[in-house]
Write a protein that binds this ligand. Structure first.
Ligand SMILES: Cc1ncc(COP(=O)(O)O)c(C=O)c1O
Length: 468
């Protein structure tokens, strides 16, 4: 409905003429600055508001050229349709939308089986906004379990700690700070960008609430030695009686390993692995934001942490950090599960992996890059520059001019002197796109090298003493 001010009958002749006889761009809203600080007293026509915001968003990067993010940028039109159809459903209204809740539970069931939960366990889990929320919830449950056990033994509970490598995502450090747990961060080593089981053994004690292990690290896409860590923790349990759980951060790897490395033991087949998170919006191939948390058994989630809500009608168990959230990504996840099946996921992931390996080989062969995750288990390529005349940050900036979004960063403690570019290869990034990216990377390196040489020449001319 038009506001009073824009009611055509009350408009001045010239304003009316503008609205009737011209396009949205001919209206006055396109020669005025848009409100940025205070909500305007009067609104504007929907088409003008749409066009102004739409045009501003053109300044954002193009999601399909974004190699920085792991997050899905494309889904099938049928999934888009389901998302649109469920965009108005608040997930937390379980009593009003019982089928949506059932669909969530089916996804949790499928994931527990995909992660090889033993058949005598009663696995439980929940959807979350992403892996970050899922990790916080998983670790909170372990903190609570540790605290209850210590209290039952009459032991102090004031010094909980959590052990993990510096290869973890920032959310792990966030958990430690927000939930008051001592962070025991194992530094990385040069040429090994994960932790070792020995590192873990040296750092755990009776106050360790959990060990964090990653399958598919954010920095290099590699994997902590989860099986070895499990074996060490079993030894410790046997010798010292400390029953320390592992939470596996499968944000990326949780949707890769089951489909292409089914024999790799990283999941609930390992005794100490009690909880796993995975991002539906990464290799689960759903738009943001959806993550999942699965506990091997319902005893791994203390009952006190589950809230029963009754004011939306019915009684609903809830384990989450926030309350309201959308339903559409949960539904889209279920769509992918039944639409693709294990085979469909496997085929897509194989393509991504082949393309990642292809890019890695080309970068190595160009002589300009050293790929640091040569083993490429997960579809991403992390490379450092061989050239010292310019750096990865300049390369990243120059590539942005061509539309490519390729992040550059330094690795965590104690490998922080290594600066890399990282390319996450997604399903919608085909072979030709890889070739185009590669060509632009190599061309950009040549241009940066020329510029560096020119700059050196100028410096030498301006400072003749250097000539002698
Ligand atoms: C290994 C790992 N863990 C956790 C996260 C956080 O996940 P989300 O963005 O789903 O909250 C990421 C994100 O990139 C990640 O790579």
């Amino acid at each position: 409905m038009l506001s009073k001010k824009h009611d055509l009958r009350k408009m001045s002749e010239s304003e009316r003429e503008h609205t009737v006889n011209t396009t949205t761009y001919g209206s006055r809203y396109f020669c005025e600055s848009v409100p940025k600080f205070e909500m305007p007293e009067e609104g504007m026509p929907a088409r003008a508001a749409y066009q102004i915001i739409h045009d501003e968003l053109n300044l954002d990067g193009n999601p399909s050229l974004n190699l920085a993010s792991f997050v899905t940028t494309w889904m099938e039109s049928e999934a888009d349709k389901l998302i649109q159809e469920s965009i108005d459903k608040n997930y937390v209204d379980n009593d009003e939308y019982p089928q949506t809740e059932k669909i969530q539970d089916r996804c949790v069931n499928m994931l527990a089986r995909l992660f090889n939960a033993p058949s005598d366990c009663k696995s439980i889990g929940t959807s979350a906004i992403g892996s970050s929320e899922a990790i916080m919830l998983g670790l909170l449950a372990h903190k609570w379990t540790w605290k209850k056990r210590r209290q039952a033994e009459g032991k102090p509970v004031d010094k909980p700690n959590i052990v993990m490598g510096a290869d973890v995502h920032t959310v792990w450090e966030k958990f430690a700070r927000y939930f008051d747990v001592e962070l025991r961060l194992i530094p990385l080593k040069r040429d090994l960008y994960t932790i070792t089981a020995e590192d873990v053994t040296e750092n755990v004690d009776e106050n360790t609430i959990a060990v964090g292990a990653v399958i598919g690290t954010t920095f290099t896409g590699q994997m902590d030695p989860i099986k070895e860590i499990n074996d060490c923790l079993l030894e410790i349990k046997k010798n010292k009686g400390w029953d320390i759980p592992i939470h596996v951060d499968g944000a990326s790897g949780g949707f890769i390993a089951p489909f292409i490395y089914p024999d790799l033991k990283w999941d609930f087949r390992l005794e100490q692995v009690k909880s796993i998170n995975v991002s539906g919006h990464k290799y689960g191939l759903v738009y943001p934001g959806i993550g999942w948390l699965v506990f091997k058994d319902k005893t791994d989630l203390p009952e006190e942490l589950i809230f029963n809500i009754n004011y939306l009608g019915g009684s609903m168990p809830n384990y989450s950090l926030n309350f309201s959230k959308g339903s559409s990504t949960i539904i889209a996840q279920y769509y992918n599960f039944i639409r693709l099946g294990k085979r469909g996921y496997g085929e897509i992931i194989q393509n991504m992996l082949k393309n990642a390996k292809y890019l890695s080989k080309k970068l190595e062969e160009s002589g300009r890059f050293e790929v640091i995750n040569n083993d490429i288990m997960f579809p991403l390529v992390t490379a450092r520059l061989k050239d010292v005349d310019f750096d990865v940050f300049q390369l990243s900036e120059k590539l942005r001019e061509k539309g490519w979004i390729v992040p550059a960063y330094t690795l965590p403690e104690d490998a922080e002197d290594i600066a890399v570019v990282r390319m996450v290869i997604k399903e919608s990034f085909g072979r030709d796109m890889i070739d185009m990216l590669f060509n632009d990377m190599v061309d950009t390196c040549s241009r940066l090298k020329e510029l560096a040489i020119k700059k050196e020449d100028v410096e030498e001319r301006e400072n003749p003493s250097l000539l002698y």
